[in-house]
Design a protein around this ligand. Structure first.
Ligand code: MN
Ligand code: MN
Length: 306
């Protein structure tokens, strides 16, 4: 089990670091997400969830739809969040960078650029601080406190309604939430637990709301549908993605994109599948994120995605 977590972690780290080089002015988001997802498969691992590329005020849950034309622009705050699994044991990691490009200094005010770099630094510092607190017996509210403190030093806010999570085999969000503020949760970490810690920092209010569009879903329940295609889509989802999130884009290999949208809407409305909406910072301010998966040890933790 630990071996599988470690192996998945190594794969995710390597792909993350390679994919970072693609984040620059003019890159199509779909090229980036497809690169990441294809590399996971090439490494004989499973895709734990669609590769997320969330830009600027979008904190999470954006992945390219079919034929996405979204481009990365110089100066954008780009969050790359990816996950792979070996036999269901998941590595989940994210990183944020400011997209490079020609004449970046001329395009964006240097004060703004420096502030954006600080937002990126803050989530990284918060992740380090959080990981520093992790060991068996620690109350999870204390991890959130460390995140909040580290981000406050930059006069920035954590996103209070986003959190990390425990991981179990084939289960990305396995029940325990790792907060980004001290929510006074006294649940204690246990040795051998796998958890993903993911601080988000912003110069906004530190709260996200659902934004329009749905690009990521997960299977919830088998239900009967009168429309033949909708039933076929649900059967395909249940057979291929029974536990882990999937992308609408993946389904276009089997179903026509033009008709898929309607089926996914019907399935979501009937709660046969769960729609993850993109999450947008409430004040429209930019957001950074950094995430590692760790295994809790008696006197610390092992980072699998370092
Ligand atoms: Mn993640
Ligand atoms: Mn995560």
């Amino acid at each position: 089990m630990i071996d599988s977590y470690v192996k998945a972690g190594k794969i995710v780290s390597k792909i993350r670091d390679d994919a970072l080089k693609m984040i620059k002015d003019g890159t199509l988001v779909i090229d980036l997400v497809e690169y990441v997802e294809n590399e996971i498969i090439k490494n004989d691992a499973g895709i734990a969830f669609p590769c997320n590329v969330s830009i600027n005020e979008i904190a999470a849950h954006y992945t390219s739809p079919y034929a996405d034309e979204t481009k990365i622009n110089a100066g954008d705050m780009v969050k790359l969040d990816l996950g792979a699994h070996i036999d269901g044991f998941i590595a989940d990691s994210a990183i944020t960078i400011i997209a490079d490009g020609k004449n970046l200094d001329e395009k964006i005010d240097s004060d703004r650029l420096n502030r954006n770099e600080e937002i990126v630094e803050a989530s990284a510092a918060a992740l380090d601080a959080a990981i520093g607190t992790v060991k068996a017996g620690v109350e999870i509210g204390k991890i959130g406190e460390a995140v909040h403190e580290a981000i406050s030093k930059y006069k920035l806010n954590p996103i209070s309604n986003l959190s990390g999570h425990s991981l179990e085999q084939h289960n990305l969000h396995a029940g325990i939430s790792i907060p980004n503020i001290n929510n006074h949760d006294t649940t204690k970490l246990e040795e051998g637990q796998a958890i993903a810690i993911e601080p988000f920092a912003t110069d906004g209010v530190g709260f996200v709301n659902d934004a329009p569009g749905t690009y990521i879903f997960s299977f919830m329940a088998d239900k009967p549908f009168r429309m033949k295609q909708t039933q076929q889509v649900l059967n395909h989802i249940e057979n291929n993605y029974p536990y882990l999130p999937f992308s609408g884009r993946w389904l276009t290999e089997k179903f026509k994109a033009s008709r898929l949208q309607r089926s996914l809407k019907q399935l979501s409305d009937a709660m046969a599948i769960y729609p993850y909406h993109p999450l947008k910072e409430k004040a429209g301010c930019w957001v950074s994120q950094k995430e590692h998966t760790v295994i809790v040890e008696s006197d610390g933790c092992m980072i699998t995605t370092d």
